[in-house]
Design a protein around this ligand. Structure first.
Ligand code: MG
Length: 385
């Protein structure tokens, strides 16, 4: 069979990055490689490969069954972890392209950023934290690393996805927040996009679900700013909410870009700084203090009026009870864990193996296992992989 000729594709993507990316972007040719060395791909750069590996992981697909803030039985409009993830990736790529950063790296890190969330969002995380209190605790950011370095099994030669050092370091930074070497601009962009996405979209979903009334928003400075920007009162009622939401997104994105571009422009006097030099210099992208303050006010409002809404509290209490009971049952009866998970017990101990099994579940799968194992007494749980 004739071998396909891809030409010198490495020099293609290298030239493309040299032409499009700023000096302070993380260039693919400077990537530090993977734990298990691999030959270069004939036509994809290292971060493109990572993006595809994450996108094709089973843990990524399971995000479609994990709640963001609102559960599936509350309707079909609101975000799941999967749609939130795609929205973050889209916003982050927009910022990355404008600032001439590495979009492939940004997209890979954005697709990875929430992959470690357990069922039932932060409520599920709190239960696992409590259950694993004496066994190392639980964090969705750390579990994301466990998934892509140990649990996902797609290749014959090694466990995990064998992602590049840079993509993993983004997740490590999210997990530990003290690794100053890892604060690449691309990581900062993903964090900013995540925050912009969930503030605007949680408000959207809460309005749509009737958890918030329009009148309650009058106290919010960012909403008032949006009202001054677009004439919300002049549009038909059905378009008011989408208009408000995309104006909130535009205001935050525009401010972040303006403020960050100005900051990066001021680095010009220091010459052509590389990604590593910018990290060492502690360059911190962000919004203007005015918008940042208004954003914090919105977050406080959402915390008070949405995340603590009685309808959500009730849903969370039920989910926490089911997850806790499932944990207790399995940790006391390891023979009821699926075969693959029993294999983890030797390395991780029964508590962490059970915690990982529960954390990998979707909301629906978790409810099913609760019904089958706790209520119906089925002898063994089902593997989610
Ligand atoms: Mg997120």
């Amino acid at each position: 069979m004739q071998q396909a000729d891809f030409g010198d594709t490495r020099s293609n993507w290298k030239q493309r990055e040299e032409a499009l990316l700023a000096s302070y972007a993380m260039h693919s040719c400077d990537a530090q490689g993977r734990e298990h060395p691999e030959p270069e791909h004939p036509y994809r750069g290292p971060f493109q490969r990572d993006r595809d590996r994450i996108l094709h992981a089973s843990a990524f697909r399971r995000l479609s069954g994990k709640m963001q803030v609102f559960t599936g039985d509350m309707g079909d409009y609101h975000r799941t972890r999967l749609t939130h993830t795609h929205e973050v990736a889209s916003l982050a790529r927009t910022i990355g392209r404008s600032l001439r950063l590495n979009e492939d790296l940004i997209e890979a890190m954005a697709l990875l950023h929430d992959i470690g969330h357990p069922p039932f969002g932060h409520c599920g995380e709190d239960v696992l934290k409590e259950c694993l209190r004496d066994s190392g605790g639980f964090s969705h950011n750390q579990f994301a690393l466990d998934l892509v370095t140990r649990i996902e099994q797609r290749y014959t030669d090694y466990p995990g996805l064998n992602l590049t050092f840079e993509v993993l370091s983004g997740q490590r930074y999210r997990s530990h927040k003290q690794d100053s070497e890892s604060q690449m601009l691309e990581i900062q962009v993903v964090d900013a996009a995540d925050s912009i996405a969930y503030d605007s979209h949680d408000l959207d979903d809460a309005l749509k679900l009737g958890l918030l009334e329009w009148g309650q928003l009058d106290s919010l400075d960012l909403v008032q700013r949006a009202k001054r920007t677009v004439r919300l009162g002049d549009v038909q009622t059905s378009l008011r909410r989408p208009l408000l939401v995309h104006t909130l997104l535009d205001l935050q994105m525009g401010d972040f870009l303006q403020h960050s571009s100005r900051l990066l422009g001021s680095l010009g006097g220091l010459g052509e700084l590389s990604s590593q030099e910018v990290c060492k210099a502690g360059v911190s992208l962000g919004m203007s203090s005015e918008i940042e303050q208004e954003k914090r006010q919105l977050e406080g409002f959402l915390f008070e009026h949405v995340y603590r809404h009685p309808r959500l509290v009730e849903v969370r209490q039920g989910a926490a009870m089911r997850l806790r009971q499932l944990y207790r049952l399995l940790v006391s009866n390891p023979e009821r864990l699926p075969t693959r998970v029993r294999g983890w017990v030797l390395d991780w101990g029964i508590e962490r193996a059970t915690g990982a099994y529960l954390a990998g579940m979707t909301d629906r799968f978790c409810d099913e296992q609760y019904l089958l194992l706790v209520e119906m007494g089925r002898p063994c749980g089902v593997d989610w992989s």
